[in-house]
Design a protein around this ligand. Structure first.
Ligand code: F6P
Length: 348
């Protein structure tokens, strides 16, 4: 293997740059050139890529840009959700461009891994995926790059909101990202000491949610139980918007309790930015090593996984990292999101 491409695709996640840096360093040490493909699959289609390695004394070294990017959030390569890649014609163009490379590392979430699987199965491309998405909605891996950083950001935001909420004896509904997955909501609710977590997988409709949250606030504020704040974390996958939820709660509670102070905060993209946590940097580095090893060994159509919650997978020298066929990953992802996976049951 002489030359590999690397791209970041889909929603960016803190730690993507560390994966790019580590993969480039490891490849360079082995004399493999790395090219960074810009804006995900879009850059593959129009061959927008740049060298991430340079000639150095005794061999290859990462460029300065790559060497200093590991602590940064976002993606130095840029990221995109490439519509053309959903078409057979788009993927054929991508595969054509890949003929100039001996392999491809795809860093991204479900859509990006689906694209990688299609490249491998339809065109025999050599592709290995690295899971990266704050949503933690990727099958066969306990975590993905970005999840830990996003959780730290959410918990810090909730701590701050709790300060002001206690000062005014208020209830807050805080909405967190996660697309169809309630993982960020559930995990942050535990760490932030929230009073309730509202997530799509629970399956409750709007009226049931309003009823149970109203009850929670009533019980907390009605009699003086010394409770100074109520914190409810809502996943974005729960379709009722925060503002409507707060309006309906106020309508229910004000006639009973007099003035109640309920506020909504949507954290949104704030959670996707920022420097990666230690854990995300460490996982990113170990994923990168396993991905370059896999490509060098001739593997394709696989994803590297962190402490897989499922038995099986291809072992690597790193006991926390296994490799999984992308077909198995994508199948497990579907089960994870529709509640058929035992992993979903364990989380709920
Ligand atoms: O998949 C990551 C994610 O941040 C989701 O949590 C969210 O639903 C989505 O991306 C937002 O996408 P965009 O940045 O395109 O608005």
């Amino acid at each position: 293997m002489r030359r590999v491409g690397i791209l970041t695709s889909g929603g960016d996640a803190p730690g993507m740059n560390m994966a790019v840096r580590a993969a480039t360093l490891i490849a360079a040490q082995r004399g493999i050139e790395v090219v960074g493909i810009e804006r995900g699959y879009e850059g593959l289609l129009d061959r927008s890529w740049r060298a991430l390695t340079r000639k150095a004394e005794g061999g290859l070294a990462p460029t300065h840009e790559v060497d200093v990017c590991g602590h940064l959030g976002g993606s130095i390569l840029g990221s995109a959700r490439c519509k053309a890649f959903y078409t057979a014609e788009g993927r054929a163009r991508g595969a054509e461009a890949l003929r100039e490379l001996d392999g491809l590392v795809v860093i991204g979430g479900n859509g990006s891994l689906t694209g990688a699987h299609a490249l491998a199965t339809e065109h025999g491309a050599k592709v290995v995926g690295i899971p990266a998405s704050i949503d933690n909605d990727i099958g066969c891996t306990a975590s993905a790059i970005g999840v830990d950083s996003a959780l730290n950001t959410i918990v810090e935001a909730c701590d701050r909101i709790s300060d002001t909420a206690r000062a005014h004896r208020r209830a807050f509904v805080v909405e967190v990202m996660g697309r169809q997955s309630g993982y960020l909501c559930m995990a942050s609710a535990i760490a932030a000491g929230a009073d309730a977590a509202l997530y799509r997988e629970d399956g409750r409709d709007e009226d049931a949610i309003v009823g149970s949250v109203a009850d929670l606030i009533r019980r907390s504020f009605e009699a003086d139980r010394g409770k100074q704040r109520v914190l409810v974390i809502k996943a974005e996958g729960v379709e009722v918007p925060c503002t409507r939820l707060v309006r309906r709660l106020t309508e229910v509670l004000e006639p009973e309790l007099g003035e109640v102070s309920i506020r909504a905060t949507v954290l949104g993209h704030l959670v996707r930015g920022g420097n990666p946590s230690f854990l995300d940097r460490m996982i990113a580095g170990r994923f990168a090593l396993a991905a370059i090893d896999a490509l060098a060994a001739g593997a394709t159509d696989e994803m590297v996984a962190w402490q897989s919650p499922l038995p099986g997978g291809i072992a690597t020298p790193d006991r926390s990292v296994t490799r999984w066929p992308l077909a198995a990953v994508l199948e497990e992802t579907e089960k994870l999101l529709d509640g058929r996976s035992p992993v979903t049951q364990a989380r709920v």
